[in-house]
Design a binder for this molecule. Structure first.
Ligand code: DGY
Length: 323
């Protein structure tokens, strides 16, 4: 009998087809994210799990997955997985570092320009028939990235790639990282200083208990009037209620690709903020990056299902290695 693997999302058939020769594949094809009850049911006798951000892999899911030998997520972030529970159960968790760095850094800079030059707002304005006077000297004025001081919170690969792009714009760059780091052209400062001194703050840390709401109410309140918050990391890095207050009062602007609750509910107050550019978690959404992520995730899945160490493992302690 072939070992069983569960896939929690509807992937293109040509990607999944090669797995059928080795494994019994059960793939969720529902329009909505796979419910926990179905996942628990399917995982009862499964050896492998291929998943993504839309399905939380909780301790209670794992408690029912007695045969599970590998969790492979099509993402670099693993905050949707109870990593401690997986490690306690000796299950390696595969993820996809590296391959989405450039796409995500591109999008972060895109959001900086979109928010500060009011691109989405201007597009809405045109489409609602408001352009009646031709060129106007004070129409939709924004601010220049070249004149900004940009703060990068988290100088991992995506943060560093964002810095490389910003060098081309000639702006000042401040940085903060959990562990000390020296990067050419970046003035390293403490987190409170970074929020208080920058015109744009861009979040690039992983979401962990330590980074939860790293953009706290106090730090958002300390930002310069007219400053912009960019988030391509995770929604819960931000105190969203405090950010909404800053946006509603007109004191802050934002470019957000991620939200604490995804999909964003249709009546969410973010949707009423003209000065926020909102995207549906598309930081890695280019064809080549998504292909590279899926390829890497399948490599992890195959390795784990055949008892080999995962090439890209988020909890190497399961092999007695430190991170
Ligand atoms: C990740 O891989 O963690 C990203 O958020 C998905 O785009």
């Amino acid at each position: 009998m072939k070992p069983k693997c569960v896939i929690t999302l509807d992937l293109p058939k040509d990607i999944v087809a090669p797995l059928h020769s080795q494994f019994e594949v059960m793939a969720w094809a529902g329009a909505d994210a796979m419910p926990e009850a179905n996942l628990q049911d399917w995982l009862g006798d499964a050896r492998g799990l291929l998943c993504a951000l839309s399905t939380p892999i909780t301790a209670s899911v794992l408690a029912r997955a007695a045969q599970l030998k590998v969790i492979s997520t099509i993402s670099v972030g693993v905050d949707h997985i109870d990593l401690a529970a997986a490690s306690d159960a000796g299950i390696p968790v595969g993820h996809t570092p590296g391959v989405l760095v450039d796409s995500t850094a591109d999008l972060a800079v895109g959001l900086m320009i979109a928010a500060t030059r009011r691109i989405a707002e201007a597009d809405r304005w045109m489409r609602t028939g408001q352009w009646s006077k031709g060129w106007q000297s004070d129409l939709l004025l924004g601010s220049d990235l070249s004149q900004a001081t940009v703060g990068i919170v988290g100088l991992g690969p995506i943060g560093e790639a964002t810095v490389r792009r910003l060098r081309g714009f000639g702006c000042g760059v401040l940085g903060w990282n959990r562990t000390p780091k020296t990067i050419e052209g970046v003035e390293m400062v403490d987190l409170d200083d970074l929020f208080a001194r920058c015109d744009i703050v861009s979040l690039h840390t992983a979401l962990t208990p330590e980074t939860f709401q790293i953009a706290s109410r106090n730090r958002l309140a300390s930002m310069r009037a007219g400053a912009t918050l960019i988030n391509t990391g995770r929604g819960a890095l931000v105190d969203e209620a405090a950010l909404i207050e800053g946006l509603s009062s007109g004191r802050l602007k934002a470019g957000l690709d991620v939200f604490e609750s995804e999909p964003l509910p249709a009546d969410h107050p973010f949707l009423r903020q003209e000065n926020a550019v909102l995207l549906p978690h598309v930081g890695s959404a280019t064809l080549s990056t998504r292909m590279a992520m899926v390829t890497r995730a399948i490599e992890n899945l195959r390795a784990g299902m055949s008892g080999q160490p995962l090439p890209f493992c988020a909890n190497p302690e399961v092999y007695g290695l430190s991170e």
